[in-house]
Write a protein that binds this ligand. Structure first.
Ligand SMILES: [Zn+2]
Length: 137
């Protein structure tokens, strides 16, 4: 499935066609996605204990994954998804601008990695400068 949790998607069909929203959950087995505020269904929730109150709640229903298109965060367009492999990693890319589509979690991990890299380079420069001063003496 080309849609992942935390993607922003454009809804193509149904009563919410034309809306864009965030994917709350992806259900690959059913080929469906649950999108925030899309296909809202009323759920009649009955109180199961004395503390609970019976109520009617709105909740987003699952829609078929083929009825949404991923919106690219780089060019802000609804796009088809392509794939690119680098080493043993597989990336989703935007067919329109070629940007790598990252989910928020992947973006966080990437940030961590760049931070780590920055730290190691800092350490290296420190060591190098120490060696330099030693060489100057
Ligand atoms: Zn794009």
């Amino acid at each position: 499935m080309k849609v992942k949790t935390n993607d922003t998607v454009l809804v193509l069909t149904g009563k919410d066609a034309g809306k864009t929203a965030k994917v709350l959950a992806a259900l690959p087995k059913a080929n469906k996605v649950i999108v925030d505020g899309i296909n809202v269904q009323k759920k009649h929730k009955k109180a199961r204990s004395a503390q609970e109150v019976s109520s009617i709640q709105n909740q987003s229903g699952a829609i078929d994954a083929s009825n949404v298109m991923v919106v690219c965060p780089a060019c802000n367009k609804a796009t088809r998804v392509g794939y690119k492999t680098e080493g043993d990693k597989k990336f989703r890319i935007c067919k329109k601008c070629g940007a790598v589509l990252e989910t928020k979690r992947e973006a966080k991990e990437a940030k961590k990695e760049t931070k780590k890299a920055a730290k190691t380079t800092k350490r290296k420069t420190k060591k190098e400068s120490a060696e330099k001063t030693a060489a100057d003496k």
